[in-house]
Design a protein around this ligand. Structure first.
Ligand SMILES: [Zn+2]
Ligand SMILES: [Zn+2]
Length: 555
């Protein structure tokens, strides 16, 4: 609905004379012109949004994974669009600002394992354990004979693996005992893990032992099972894995004392290599049209519109972040290294997934507790016809958190999660462009309204419970144990007065079923959770010590 539309409801029956009709036409004409202009402007915006999203989510960009050529192509596109809009570059090198993302340990090329002259493949046939020392060991080894000053072989089949035990911890304890007893190195064989499982352990930070420790796969385990004597030469070296991410930053410098920041992340999951896909067995391109080509497109469109506007009381900074999907790396770096200090930021608006506006679910706006002016301002701005859910917290699973933590008022716009979330099927053809236009207009109008206002006051809010809760309309109120390696989701803690605690779920319970869904890992859990809405009733099956318990819960 546009301002001025109600004036069209003039009562025609009373305008009986020619004179009156002429007057009315004269009155109506500017409205019609205005309406047409608005329609034209909307068509242009819709076209731009479509162009940006279609390109960013195309196969060519291969899912825009941080540190890949696809991410670089996206960054170049965003920079060129910022230039086209007339923004001045505000990165470290033109519009670009690079930062490093640490990836835990990588197996260095100097790591090796040779058994009876055959050299094995790192990462597949053998993998160093995360608690291994960076050392070498050599020896003639008899299987089943573990003696001091030699390499020890452990057949994992002989271990008593309780179903609740953390296998990594069991490996670590055995290796530690072996080191104490004089072993110069340890090799574990016949473990039930896949090489991929063991690779994942390398990102877990653990204290190193004093000896090299390796895991070997089932193929090499067979060799060790059948061998009579073995000549082993092993060496473990780690490299620290690092990737370079790129933010894109553009500026409208109105020579004002304070700056409004508008942000959206543009990175996505690539082919799911970072284990953050919800289709873990599908290694095709994760397009990320809603997450977050939608927010990036809106960012570029707002840049174009604000540059053309007369809103000049503040400066505007437009930041397209990378590294978000790996844990807000880009926005964290930006807030710590920006040439414009965060203390001069008036407020920050983050758009992450705004392309799936569904009238039934509506719009979600987070961060409204971060400034006393937000609630009233939002109510004046968002049309009553849009169903809106508000959340006060300044933190959440997206980049506004980095700004909130620097005491900047924030708002987070989000049109909700869906069944394509973090899957290859999050495609440009599924975007609700009219819906996104509606969200974009709300954001623009909000910025317009703050143009006549003083710099906003900042207020602290409560923190979000888990880093994922804002993706969902419901929460169980548990803190999952992210290091848990066994099937199910282990509960690290429960929040008071939330469905889990009300039902009687306790810390250390392992959730194995949620409603009709079997829960094997956190992804299953999150996916299952996203299918529920407030008020839904279901059951949760947990493993507690050696028994299973079923609880009735209501969201
Ligand atoms: Zn996102
Ligand atoms: Zn995401």
């Amino acid at each position: 609905m546009e301002p001025g539309l109600p004036a069209l409801s003039v009562d025609f029956k009373k305008t009986t004379t020619v004179k009156h009709t002429t007057c009315l036409l004269a009155l109506l004409l500017p409205f019609t012109t205005q309406l047409n202009a608005q329609k034209k402007a909307d068509r242009k915006t819709l076209g731009n949004l479509q162009t940006h999203i279609t390109y960013l989510a195309s196969d060519k960009l291969e899912g825009r994974r941080t540190g890949t050529p696809g991410e670089q192509l996206a960054a170049e596109y965003i920079a060129s669009q910022m230039k086209l809009a007339g923004l001045s570059p505000a990165g470290d090198s033109g519009y670009l600002q690079t930062f490093l993302v640490s990836e835990g340990k990588l197996i260095a090329t100097t790591s090796h394992l040779t058994i009876n002259k055959s050299t094995l493949t790192p990462g597949e046939q053998f993998i160093p354990m995360p608690f291994s020392a960076q050392k070498s060991a050599k020896g003639d080894v008899l299987p089943d004979v573990n003696e001091p000053d030699n390499i020890w072989l452990f057949n994992v089949k002989d271990f008593e693996m309780s179903p609740h035990a953390d296998p990594l911890e069991i490996y670590r304890q055995n290796a530690r005992e072996a080191a104490k007893a004089g072993a110069t190195g340890v090799i574990f064989y016949n473990g039930t893990e896949t090489p991929k499982d063991v690779q994942k352990w390398l990102s877990i930070p653990v204290e190193p032992l004093k000896i090299p420790v390796m895991w070997v796969n089932s193929e090499i385990s067979k060799v060790l099972d059948d061998a009579e004597d073995l000549r082993i030469d092993m060496q473990v070296d780690f490299a620290s894995g690092r990737r370079t991410g790129t933010n894109v930053v553009g500026h409208i410098d109105n020579k004002a004392a304070s700056t409004i920041v508008i942000g959206a992340h543009f990175d996505h999951l690539g082919h799911g290599e970072d284990h953050n896909s919800l289709s873990p067995n599908d290694q095709t391109i994760h397009h990320g049209a809603d997450d977050n080509a939608s927010g990036t497109a809106a960012l570029l469109e707002l840049a174009r519109q604000l540059k053309a506007s007369r809103l000049q009381q503040y400066n505007y900074l437009f930041v397209a972040f990378s590294g978000e999907e790996l844990g807000l790396f880009g926005s964290k770096y930006f807030t710590e290294h920006s040439s414009i200090p965060p203390s001069s930021f008036n407020y920050m608006i983050n758009m992450d997934m705004i392309g799936r506006l569904d009238p039934a679910k509506g719009l979600e706006v987070g961060g409204i507790g971060t400034s006393p002016v937000w609630p009233a301002l939002l109510q004046q701005t968002i049309p009553a016809s849009i169903r809106t859910t508000y959340d006060s917290s300044g933190t959440g699973p997206s980049d506004h958190t980095s700004f909130y933590l620097k005491n900047v008022p924030v708002l987070f716009f989000f049109t909700g999660t869906h069944s394509d979330y973090h899957k290859p099927s999050d495609e440009a053809t599924k975007i609700n462009y009219d819906g996104e236009l509606t969200v974009l207009k709300v954001v623009y109008e909000l910025i317009e309204k703050t143009n006549g206002m003083d710099k906003l006051a900042f207020t602290r809010t409560r923190d979000k419970q888990t880093s994922t809760s804002a993706r969902f309309t419901v929460t169980l109120g548990i803190m999952p144990d992210y290091t848990w390696q066994k099937p199910g989701v282990k509960v690290d803690g429960v929040s008071d007065n939330k469905p889990a605690s009300k039902a009687g779920i306790l810390a250390n319970d392992v959730i194995v079923e949620l409603g009709p869904h079997t829960i094997v890992n956190l992804e299953d859990y999150m996916q299952a959770l996203s299918g529920f809405k407030k008020g839904d009733k279901t059951t949760v099956k947990v493993r507690r010590e050696d028994s299973e318990k079923v609880f009735d819960i209501q969201f």
